[in-house]
Design a protein around this ligand. Structure first.
Ligand code: ADP
Ligand code: ADP
Length: 227
């Protein structure tokens, strides 16, 4: 689904990512983990062209992202960051359906999709669809951010510390939900965190990075087995 081939990123002489090779399979949840500054966010942002690699190629579904218009690319790849940035003047339903509406889905289809996703996330659409972001808790807002990324049914979703700002209880609830949604909807997810517990809980495979390089790729079971 996603293939990094000898990818490097140099920010004006500062090497952030160095010769990264990695393949993410369809339906897999891969967690990139490592200390702050090791290149996780840069790696993620090169997939949807928020950052351009200095060297190497990234293929998504066999297509070099270099050959895909960045705006079109970002409509095909879900993206969730810590500061989720819901639009304050839009209702929950409108926030969830931003991309479907850009893609000119019929209104009834967008609406049905928003309601389906709210139900999956345990938020009654009759209660929440017409609320505004400031009427939601932080955990609920972040949940809407995840639903927004899922709305147009992209096969691939990039997540950058999506639950990093949440209290431990909301965080755990969202981790459980994400795992369920991912299995149920068969999404490929690349998830960035510096929290090892989160990585072990969510990942099919954990990619450990250090100073711009991959130093280990292992399943959570393998990581737990080793001393
Ligand atoms: P992480 O997500 O693991 O914290 P980043 O990918 O954000 O790491 O950053 C990797 C390195 O690249 C860091 O040293 C960071 O300071 C540097 N860096 C990130 N973005 C930029 C930028 N826009 N310009 C210059 N250096 C950057
Ligand atoms: P940082 O990691 O440095 O805190 P962010 O990840 O918050 O930066 O955002 C980096 C840039 O990406 C911002 O300019 C933001 O507006 C943009 N951005 C965020 N989400 C999307 C998206 N889905 N499509 C296009 N651009 C986006």
């Amino acid at each position: 689904m996603v293939k990094f081939k000898a990818v490097s990123k140099d920010y004006n002489g500062h090497i952030a990512v160095k010769n990264l090779n990695l393949e993410v399979e369809e339906g897999e949840l891969v967690v990139l983990i490592g200390p702050s500054g090791c290149g996780k966010t840069t790696t993620l942002k090169m997939v949807n062209r928020l950052v351009e690699p200095t060297e190497g190629d990234i293929l998504v579904n066999g297509k070099n992202v270099r050959d895909v218009d960045p705006v079109a690319l970002r409509r095909q790849i879900g993206y969730v960051i810590q500061q989720i940035g819901l639009f304050p003047h839009m209702t929950v339903e409108e926030n969830i359906t931003v991309v479907p509406r850009l893609l000119e889905w019929p209104a009834t289809k967008s609406r049905a999709r928003a309601h389906e996703l709210l139900e999956m996330a345990g938020m009654d659409p009759d209660v929440y669809a017409n609320r505004y972001p400031n009427e939601l808790s932080g955990g609920q807002q972040q949940r809407i951010g995840v639903l927004r990324a899922l709305a147009a049914d992209p096969p691939l979703i990039l997540m950058d510390e999506p639950f990093g700002a949440l209290d431990p209880i909301s965080r755990e609830a969202l981790q459980d939900e994400l795992k369920n949604l991912q299995k149920r909807l068969r999404k490929t997810i690349i998830f960035v965190t510096h929290d090892i517990d989160e990585a072990l809980k969510l990942a099919d495979r954990v990619v450990v990075m250090k100073e711009g390089q991959v130093i280990q790729v292992a399943t959570p079971e393998d990581l737990l087995r080793k001393p």
